[in-house]
Structure formats: structure tokens, C-alpha cells
Design a protein around this ligand. Structure first.
Ligand code: SF4
Length: 272
């Protein structure tokens, strides 16, 4: 049972510490996709909820128009600690109302999602001057997806979303995140999607929050042949796996002339 609450907020836009975004917009607090590795779980302490992260969602309401003149030439990311296209967006349409304000703005707008509900808003994406959309996907195996991202769109639906967006002339990127050591096959994912994707971003699995134990138990239960490698990376802090994977990704993308960016080793990519 998900607790749904409407809350009033002063503004949707907040400043960002992410390396590639000046501002972020999160139309909801909480996220019901319930990914087992959810890096946004830390947000729960800023809420008044007793429910587990994933079991509540606050729908943000704001009657004030966004002050977009201050955002000129800045990058605004929609969906940094929630999925702006979570299932509650279907009814509440907060993301859609925000996008309606962003039409004709002079900022670079990006949406990052794991949901094909995003296809509903193609009419608005086409009206935003500088816009791209990222679909997160780290596997082609839908049973792995179901275990790790139980309430997000299936693999097939996400790839279809990339195809439809591309066919509608929308710039797309595949956000391969989080890369699970020994499980995510980056070459297969690229080959399956490159026809519909303008660029690729790669992010490694970071285990720093309360979810660390949950992810390691999941690996132990379902992929125990990988225990050694996870122990090496996450308990002994050995980075050689990521070092060689980043070389492999860079080489593969150069050989295949693919635009790409690596977001590995989080602590090194924080803004100064
Ligand atoms: S989609 Fe993103 S914010 Fe939502 S549960 Fe998954 S990782 Fe967390």
C-alpha cells in the first residue's frame, strides 16, 4: 500500500551539486519504482514519513510560475531523486505541467527516467528548444530488471520508448546505470539500442547508503558465484574492476564512433 499525499511547495527548481546539472526539478518526493539500489533513499530523512522509502509519494503542488529568466543557458535535470514519470504521474500530471512552463525557455532541459510513460509528452518535448531525454537501463534480462527495479518499465518497453522518441526526432541517451559488476553487459546493451540513441552514459554501481547490505544480500542469494568480485570491490575497495571496465568502454565506444561519457567513481566527479 502506497501513501499518497499532496504537498504545497514554493518552487520546483533547486540548485544542483551534480556534475552536469546546474538545477534539478523533482516533481515528487519519493519514488515508487522501488529499485533495490535506490541512491535517493537518503531523501527519506528530509520527509515526515515513517513508511519505508518506496512506500510513499508526495505530489508537489505549486501555484507560482517558475522563474526561468534566471536559468538562461543553464542545464536543468528533471528527475534526480525521483522518477518524474513514476506511475502517479499518469493521474497527477505534475511533470507535464512543469514541462508546459519550460516550452520556449532558454535552458538546456534533460529528463531521466525508467518509464515509458514519457511517451505521453512527446508533443511538449518537441516544443522545447534544447532538450534531451535519458532512459536508464542496465540489462537486457527482464528477470534481473524485475528483481532490481520491480515497478519500473520492462526492458522491452524502455527500448521501445527510445525507438519512438528517436523516430519523433527527440535527442536520446541511454544511461547505463548502475552497472552491476559481472551482470551488466555493456556491449550487448549498446548493440541492442545504438540505432535509437544519440549518446551513451555509464555509471558504476556505488554502494554507500543503507541499501548496500540489501544489494550484497541480493547478489549472495542470486549470483553467489560473483561474491568474490563484489567483496573485492565493495569491502576491500579494490578499483581495478572499474579501471579495466572504463578502458574497455572507452575503447569500444571509440572503435564504434559512439558519443559517450563515463560517470565512474562518484567521489571524483563531485563539483568543486
Ligand atoms: S527510479 Fe531512481 S529514484 Fe526511483 S527508485 Fe529507482 S533509483 Fe530510486
Amino acid at each position: 500500500m502506497i501513501t499518497v499525499k499532496e504537498i504545497n511547495v514554493n518552487a520546483y527548481i533547486t540548485k544542483s551539486k551534480l556534475p552536469d546539472a546546474d538545477f534539478v526539478i523533482n516533481p515528487y518526493i519519493g519514488c515508487t519504482h522501488k529499485c533495490i539500489y535506490c541512491y535517493a533513499e537518503f531523501m527519506k530523512r528530509f520527509t515526515n514519513h515513517n513508511e519505508d522509502w518506496g512506500d510513499f509519494i508526495d505530489v508537489k503542488l505549486s501555484s507560482k510560475p517558475m522563474k526561468l529568466d534566471k536559468m538562461k543557458n543553464k542545464t536543468i535535470l528533471i528527475g534526480s531523486v525521483t522518477d518524474a514519470y513514476n506511475p502517479y504521474e499518469k493521474k497527477h500530471q505534475i511533470t507535464r505541467k512543469i514541462l508546459e512552463q519550460l516550452v520556449n525557455c532558454n535552458s538546456h532541459i534533460e529528463v531521466l527516467t525508467k518509464s515509458d510513460l514519457v511517451l505521453r509528452d512527446i508533443d511538449l518535448f518537441k516544443q522545447i528548444k534544447d532538450f534531451r531525454i535519458g532512459i536508464s537501463l542496465n540489462t537486457l534480462d527482464d528477470s534481473f530488471r524485475k528483481s532490481t527495479e520491480p515497478f519500473a518499465s520492462s526492458v522491452e518497453r524502455r527500448i521501445n520508448a527510445l525507438r519512438v522518441l528517436h523516430e519523433n526526432g527527440i535527442e536520446t541517451y541511454l544511461f547505463m546505470s548502475p552497472i552491476f559488476p559481472g551482470i551488466t553487459d555493456f556491449k550487448k546493451l549498446i548493440n541492442e539500442t545504438k540505432e535509437y540513441v544519440d549518446s551513451f552514459c555509464f555509471e558504476n554501481l556505488n554502494l554507500r547508503g543503507a541499501y548496500s547490505g540489501r544489494v550484497l544480500s541480493f547478489i549472495d542469494k542470486n549470483y553467489n558465484h560473483l561474491n568474490d568480485i563484489y567483496t573485492k570491490i565493495y569491502k576491500k575497495k579494490d578499483m581495478t574492476y572499474w579501471e579495466s571496465l572504463s578502458t574497455e568502454i572507452n575503447d569500444f565506444c571509440s572503435e564504434n564512433k559512439l558519443n559517450h561519457k563515463l560517470y565512474f567513481y562518484h567521489e571524483k566527479i563531485k563539483k568543486p
